[in-house]
Write a new protein. Structure first.
Length: 66
């Protein structure tokens, strides 16, 4: 599905849909407004967040290095 496609959530009476929001920016490109995926790094619970759109994330991080 392309980004910014209007969609309607699949809600249930006993469990309404909510969008998860994270307080941390992407660990790769630093973007704070991206849709992120939480990645657990080890058994101690360390984690990082990365953009779910890896192609866009890579473009952003390469643009910042220039």
């Amino acid at each position: 599905m392309p980004p910014y496609t209007p969609v309607e959530s699949l809600d249930f009476d006993d469990h309404p849909f909510t969008v998860q929001e994270w307080d941390e920016p992407c660990a790769i490109c630093g973007r704070a407004t991206a849709t992120s995926t939480e990645v657990v790094l080890d058994d101690s619970g360390q984690r990082m967040f990365v953009c779910s759109d890896t192609y866009y994330c890579r473009q952003q991080s390469e643009g910042q290095k220039k």
